[in-house]
Design a protein around this ligand. Structure first.
Ligand code: C2E
Ligand code: CA
Ligand code: CA
Length: 661
């Protein structure tokens, strides 16, 4: 029997083959029958010896040779059946039954028919076997033998002589016992087989239910594992947000639903500003924690049917499922920005973070999911060039700008090894218009003679990591030029050099500056380093330490674009700096914008109270200059006095003056 026949539905289940069939099931019906037949034969051979004894009595007493011949033939037939090796089962069964039948028929013919009463008694023996097992069978056989023998003997009493009666009784009793034993044992085996098959079924059923439970458990855990695998395949394991691939699928679905219905969809790419900095300063775990927190914030920030996903690194994607009109783009970005209003707590300290945004709209900026995502990411990439917290909406020529940007990164590599980079100089003047300093501003001389402006390559240099080399080149050339002007007997003005946040954080900065000052012979006091506020605030304690080291060299420090970053008044107090530079955005609205004027005036006062000198940048007209003069600004820089210029021209200006504005 095969397990699949018992439970076909289980046939498919793994790991339960025919080889696993329990031993108790291996006993087939055929084998069982054969065993009964063999047992029966052995029994007959044994009982036959006993039964033959009275036969001999009859032969000698009555001369009944027929009886002897038949009995011996029957016995011989049984012996033959017992020892025959190559008999087929069915022939064997038939042989046994035939011998018993023929013998029975002969006995009935010779001694008279068996009464129905005997059949009933046989039935009682059978029941005794069923109900009480082998013991019941033995008792029943004895009883049967006694009764049958008794009846036989009593009946015979009338016809036979007294001397023959006990013999008849004994014969009938032996017959009864033989018959009883044969039927009893056969029935016993039959019932035993039945019982065992019932037990086997029970066992099999419980085995199966155990297996079934095991399989259920297995399939539940497999299901669990599959669900986990599915989840991991479509989700970012860190933030548990959908990943880029599933975002794309989701977007494709939304696009399909929106197609032809005049609906506008938005894809926004959100990139964290200066995210690398967090990892560098606070460790990778802090970076991960920030990403998780941002994921949670963004997911809460947008509507339920919007989809927030993590595209990879520090970039998140948002599918805006219902944009009312393209004009809403700005509002959407403003709203998204507010998700970053609250500071992030990292390792016990609170840190402000900003993000840049790129937005692409369906159907204007693309039709397919992949194209829209790329458009949003391209817009994001460009917005990153505009500084922290910027945004860009995708437009058609954005892509070409992006390609140009990538090209620039490629060109940068080559340009660094050539003499392509050089500083130009923009004078800083005092209230009388005298040159009191200069800012070195990087320029990239192109092979054709053109000049590339910082806006076109500084962001690329920062992105590609070339800014360190570039900054070092500008620093060395500016220091060399300033030292040369000193040696030429020109006014020993300080020279200001811009440091990118990346350079500022680098451990190489202080040794580099020391080496350059030594090499050029420029006194440290004539080197001013301009650092943006955000470059300092990213890691305030580290920055203060670095500023102190630079000061210890003897350099002065200026905070560039002061008032545009996130510094708090409390932090300002600790900055070991000498001056602050007010950005053009503070100067431009002067003096007509009353509020702007008030703010700029207050910032100048505050800086003075903190003992910083104040440099106004981007001074373009006389009104601004006059207003700033009245506000006691210390130095001025802007197109009103001079534009950035090549070293030779600046040298001439330094020798001859700029002329009064
Ligand atoms: P910045 O440090 O704020 O430099 C001042 C920028 O304002 C210069 O632009 C200058 O040409 C411009 N500017 C000066 N006066 C006026 C004015 O009156 N009106 C207007 N509209 N603009 C004025 P530039 O040279 O294009 O440099 C842009 C930025 O590139 C700089 O801003 C600085 O952040 C960065 N940069 C320039 N050179 C270097 C460098 O060597 N290293 C690093 N890290 N950054 C540099
Ligand atoms: Ca500057
Ligand atoms: Ca500036």
């Amino acid at each position: 029997m095969n397990i699949e026949q018992i439970h076909p539905s289980r046939a498919l289940l793994r790991g339960f083959s025919e080889n696993d069939t329990p031993a108790f099931l291996s006993d087939s019906t055929e084998g069982y029958r054969l065993r009964i037949a063999k047992g029966l034969l052995r029994l007959c051979l044994f009982l036959g010896i006993i039964l033959l004894a009275p036969v001999f009595f009859f032969v000698f007493h009555d001369g009944d040779y027929w009886f002897l011949a038949v009995s011996c033939s029957a016995y011989a037939a049984m012996v033959a059946l017992h020892f025959a090796k190559s008999l087929r089962e069915r022939t064997l069964y038939f042989g046994i039954i035939a011998v018993l039948f023929l013998l029975g028929a002969y006995l009935i013919g010779r001694f008279g028919s068996v009464s129905t009463g005997e059949t009933w008694i046989c039935a009682a023996t059978m029941l005794a076997t069923v109900f009480f097992g082998i013991r019941g069978a033995v008792m029943a056989c004895l009883a049967q033998a006694l009764v049958l023998g008794g009846i036989e003997a009593a009946q015979a009493l009338g016809a036979l002589s007294w001397s023959e009666a006990p013999l008849l009784f004994a014969m009938a009793a032996i017959d009864g016992i033989g018959l009883g034993i044969i039927t009893g044992v056969a029935q016993y085996y039959l019932i035993g087989g039945l019982r065992r098959s019932i037990e086997a079924r029970g066992k099999l059923a419980s085995e199966l239910s155990l297996r079934e439970a095991e399989l259920d458990r297995e399939s539940a855990s497999r299901h669990d594992a599959e669900r986990r695998a599915d989840f991991l395949e479509s989700h970012d394991p860190l933030t548990r947000l959908p990943n880029r691939e599933s975002f794309e699928l989701e977007l494709a679905r939304a696009l399909e639903a929106a197609a032809g219905r005049g609906r506008i969809l938005g894809v926004m790419a959100v990139g964290l500003d200066r995210f690398k900095r967090i990892g560098e300063t606070h460790g990778p775990d802090a970076g991960d924690a920030v990403l998780v927190e941002i994921g949670v914030r963004l997911a809460r920030w947008f509507r339920n049917d919007d989809v927030v996903a993590r595209s990879g690194g520090d970039v998140f994607l948002v599918l805006l499922s219902d944009v009312k009109s393209p004009e809403d783009a700005k509002d959407i970005i403003d709203k998204s920005r507010r998700a970053f209003d609250r500071s992030f707590s990292i390792g016990g300290s609170e840190i402000g973070l900003s993000a840049s945004f790129g937005l692409a709209l369906y159907p204007n900026d693309g039709q397919g999911a992949e194209g829209l995502i790329r458009a949003a990411e391209a817009a994001l990439q460009l917005s990153k060039n505009d500084g922290p917290g910027s945004y860009r909406l995708y437009d058609a020529d954005l892509h070409s700008r992006l390609i140009a940007m990538t090209l620039i990164e490629h060109e940068l590599r080559g340009a660094l090894s050539s003499e392509a980079f050089l500083p130009w100089y923009q004078p800083k003047v005092d209230i009388l218009g005298r040159i009191v300093g200069a800012e070195a501003l990087a320029r990239w001389r192109l092979p054709g003679g053109g000049m590339r402006q910082p806006v076109d390559f500084i962001p690329a240099a920062e992105r590609s990591g070339f800014i360190g080399d570039l900054g070092r080149i500008v620093l060395a050339k500016a220091c060399a030029a300033a030292a040369a002007w000193g040696r030429m007997g020109l006014e020993p003005i300080p020279i200001s050099v811009n440091l990118s946040p990346y350079q500022f954080r680098s451990d190489a900065l202080v040794p580099d500056i020391r080496r350059i000052l030594n090499a050029t012979g420029l006194p440290a006091s004539r080197l001013d380093l301009e650092i943006t506020e955000s470059g300092i605030m990213d890691d305030l304690p580290g920055a203060i330490e670095k500023l102190a080291e630079l000061k210890a060299l003897g350099c002065t420090i200026s905070i560039d674009d002061f008032g545009t970053g996130y510094s708090s008044f409390a932090a300002l107090r600790d900055f070991p700096v000498d001056s602050v530079k007010l950005p053009q955005s503070f100067i431009e609205p002067l003096p007509r914008d009353r509020r702007a004027s008030t703010i700029t005036g207050a910032v100048i006062d505050l800086a003075h109270k903190l003992c910083f000198s104040v440099v106004a940048e981007g001074v373009e007209n006389a009104e601004q200059f006059a207003w700033l003069g009245a506000a006691s600004c210390d130095q001025y820089q802007g197109f009103l006095f001079a534009r950035p210029m090549p070293g030779e021209i600046f040298e001439a200006a330094l020798a001859g003056g700029l002329g009064r504005p």
